[in-house]
Write a protein that binds this ligand. Sequence first.
Ligand code: HEC
Length: 161
Amino acid sequence: MIRSRPVLAVFPGLMIAGAGLFAALPASSHTTGAPPLVEERQAAMEDMKDAMKVLGPMVKGEAPFDAAQAAEAAAVIHGVSTRIPDFYPTDSTYYEPGHALPAVWEESDAFRDEAAEALEAAAALREAVDGAGAAAAIAPAVKEVAETCRACHDDFKKDED
Ligand code: HEC
């Protein structure tokens, strides 16, 4: 106690930051047994699928165009896209494929290229959605994003999902 007091006094912010970091560790990994990063990235991918389910019907004319919903969906896709490279660390001490093919790691440069293209398409979608007044204004950008999803899955995702 005597020795830890000065530390607390000098670095209270550090102690709080440390506690926050610990609290932020995902607790959900216990539910399926999958490692936390795999679960997190699979959930993030599912979020993008949900976002595409909002955008797809709008551009197909099956749902009314809703600018706020479109913006939210585009933000989700863009947000996840910025994280894809970090979801698949190349660090050799970490290898957990989940539904990913070994090619993600074996052809890491190609994977990262696909991820970069997807991020570019996601950013363009966000721009297209910003201020758009009709589905036609975002249709090409949505199609572009859908193609980057498919392209990466063809090469880097196991088929069964
Ligand atoms: C750069 C590559 C890449 C891009 C781009 C990409 N994905 Fe994926 N996606 C993957 C990989 C790899 C998996 C396998 C998940 C894992 O790691 O277990 C996956 C899995 C998924 C899954 C299944 C989740 C699961 O449990 O495996 C869905 C749904 C999905 N992606 C949707 C999308 C959508 C929608 C887009 C486009 C908006 C997209 N993805 C873009 C690589 C990509």
